[in-house]
Design a protein around this ligand. Sequence first.
Ligand code: RB5
Length: 146
Amino acid sequence: MKITIGSDHGAVELKDEVKKVLAEFDDVEVKDVGTFDTTSVDYPDIAEKVCADVVSGESERGIVLCGTGIGISIAANKIHGIRCALCNDVYSARMSREHNDANVLAMGGRVIGFGPAGEIVRVWITTDFVGERHERRVNKIMALEK
Ligand code: RB5
């Protein structure tokens, strides 16, 4: 699985930690679109870069990070084809995959510790969409884009 990851200046350290977690998985390839230091950048620009890869199919999934995770998740969900879930706990991360088929995960670098964030990432990348009745609902979400 290829994953594109990006953060604004509010989550550069969390991005490095998430990349360490992703490196635990032999079948995960990571593309990092920045930012790479704490110079202020605008999170919608990062969301756009990560989500472009997901929409084009270059990456199967995306991970977007900012200070709270809120701004970058709102931005990501404006992009057609993206189902971005802001998760601060493992249960939400699991459900975002099983029920919502989330293709982008958002977290906040000023909200969540590295330990919980790592567990969220592990669960999020290893949990499959269950389909069935949830497929109908996800299809209705995507129809709202039209
Ligand atoms: C940047 O200071 C901050 O606003 C951003 O990282 C994020 O928290 C916005 O939602």
